[in-house]
Design a protein around this ligand. Sequence first.
Ligand code: PXP
Length: 255
Amino acid sequence: MRQIFPELGVNIDHVATLRNTREGFDPDPLSAAVLVKKAGASQLVCHLREDRRHIRDPDLFLFRSWKGLPVNLEMAMTDEMTIIALEVQPALVTLVPERREERTTEGGLVLGPDMCRRIEEFRKKCQECGIRLSLFLAPDPLDMERAMDLGVDQVELHTGEYANARDPLIRERELERLFRAADRVSGSPVRLAAGHGLDRDNLVPVLAIENLMEVNIGHSIIARSLFVGLEKAVIEVLDRIRQETPLARREAPLS
Ligand code: PXP
């Protein structure tokens, strides 16, 4: 028997956001990446936004030369970002919606006909370069169907509505939606990830999603790192994943 836990991706955008407030070098996102790896995370997540308020282009190239962890590049489906992604060739691209005035990514991608056409074109280019493609989607069964039709490698469920719900009934309902959406892709080749607004506590019920292979967490880890250090903040989440992933999904026969 081997144990299967969801992998942890750590989003280090807010390290760059802090650095950018003074337009200097500290804190250095690459040093943060080194600690994230040392702590045992599986991938580095970063969002190259149109306004470059988080990481910036040179950061991406540094991550690429470092090669310490696979990079999950979050980006909008624009021509500018397409060119950069194909040049940098991260392990994974996650397409996210982006509005300049938003504080953070507020919802999932809207998969209208034009977006689907652009994703299809981009998917082919990614495939040629060996870049895996993920879509950041609200937990909507129809969107899951569309993602499967598009033949993307991964879907990341937007957990923000669940994580931000204060009313326990709403939180429960949002959790249900996550489970239902996950069910929809279960048994398909689409790998399932989840992220947004997750922390050590609200992560626990999400870990019960049987086909969940990856969680991506940024804000809560970087916030916690101010008090305990980045390495420990990542280790705390990894420990929680190891302790709280239900036994039923933890054990699988060796293939
Ligand atoms: N996953 C995706 C696709 C995101 O856009 C973000 C936020 O940038 C995260 C995960 C991490 O969210 P948070 O910072 O709230 O943990």
